[in-house]
Design a protein around this ligand. Structure first.
Ligand code: MTE
Length: 314
């Protein structure tokens, strides 16, 4: 069932809700912001600029990124098909058969559908290295050196037509290979708009730290969308479809009030149960302020010109 436009929060309701939240949470959240965050400047910006354009914080955005150690990236994971605790996926038996592995590319928006072996995909497209911030919706973060292919290259090869408005990702769901395969009642599914999928930041990752992806990180191929919360990064992908209707995504199906389709990182819009203004850096003490679009506003804000309410929700 595609998402019905009546489920989109009307702008007026959203704005009213936002000011109520801002008034209420301002008091709670302010002590969490460190002095460098520039509270005065932030207030000034709020008065003068459209919401989506504030808080770019170039000084912080340009700080050198410190990669999270390999052992941490591969030891603290969310991959519920292998268990609910953060160390379950790393401890699980290596039961996923990652070779051979094929990915089906199709949907009504693809004029050249096909089923490709992962080695074929890797051989046809350049593997790039990108050090990206990673921000989970649970308010923790890492910095990860990914190796991967631009998703745009794979989509272009499928000859998208005018029906290609969204991209739907389906992941492996096999109880023989995954001890908790059925946790969501079906395969983990995710989606992007076609513009988001074609954005040069968006990757199909095949490795981390120049090593092939470990099972717990979504071997052999997973999505990377650095300006979005981590639940968008579907792991162990088996199907990519170019479609006309907005796809459903697993976390929205789990809890529609808490997890939206867009899920863009937004320090101004709290999760209903916790603040998104700051984040815990895994492996370090303390918290740091969260950046709008996770620090990638320059590359992605143009995709959301009138979509304040889609920074987090639909
Ligand atoms: N993909 C599948 N198939 N199953 C999952 O449980 N968890 C998501 C996402 N992709 C998940 C998934 C969530 S909530 C997050 S935060 C990231 O994977 C975590 O990626 P990492 O473990 O490599 O850090």
């Amino acid at each position: 069932m595609p998402v019905n436009s009546s489920e989109i929060t009307p702008e007026k309701v959203y704005k009213k809700r936002r000011s109520l939240i801002a008034a209420g949470l301002g008091v709670l959240a302010l002590p969490l912001l460190d002095r460098g965050y520039g509270l005065l400047q932030q207030k000034q910006e709020e008065k003068n600029l459209p919401f989506a354009r504030v808080a770019l914080e170039p000084s912080r955005q340009n700080q050198p990124l410190e990669p999270t150690p390999y052992e941490t990236v591969t030891g603290y994971n969310n991959y519920y098909e292998f268990g609910y605790n953060k160390d379950d996926p790393a401890k699980a038996d290596k039961s996923l058969i990652t070779s051979p592995w094929s990915v089906e590319i199709g949907g009504e928006g693809a004029d050249k559908p096909g089923i490709y072996d992962i080695e074929e995909i890797k051989g046809e497209h350049a593997i790039e290295n990108h050090l990206y911030r990673f921000r989970c919706v649970e308010a923790w973060s890492m910095v990860i050196p990914w190796n991967g292919i631009k998703l745009a290259e794979v989509i272009k090869a499928a000859a998208p037509n005018s029906k290609a408005k969204f991209v739907r990702f389906t992941t492996l769901n096999d109880p023989q290979q995954m001890p908790n395969a059925d946790w969501a009642g079906g395969p983990y599914v995710e989606g992007l708009t076609i513009d988001e999928a074609m954005n040069p930041l968006t990757l199909l990752a095949t490795g981390i730290y120049d090593k092939p992806l470990e099972q717990q990180n979504g071997a052999p191929i997973r999505l990377v969308v650095p300006w979005k919360y981590g639940f968008k990064y579907a792991k162990s992908i088996v199907k990519i479809e170019l479609v006309e209707q907005m796809p459903q995504n697993t976390w929205w199906l789990q809890n529609k009030r808490e997890y939206g389709f867009y899920a863009n990182v937004n320090p101004r819009f709290d999760h209903p149960r916790w603040t998104q203004a700051t984040e815990r850096i895994i492996g370090k003490l303390g918290r740091k302020p969260t950046l709008l679009y996770n620090g990638y506003a320059e590359e992605v804000a143009h995709m959301y010109p009138d979509l304040d309410n889609r920074l987090y929700f639909y």
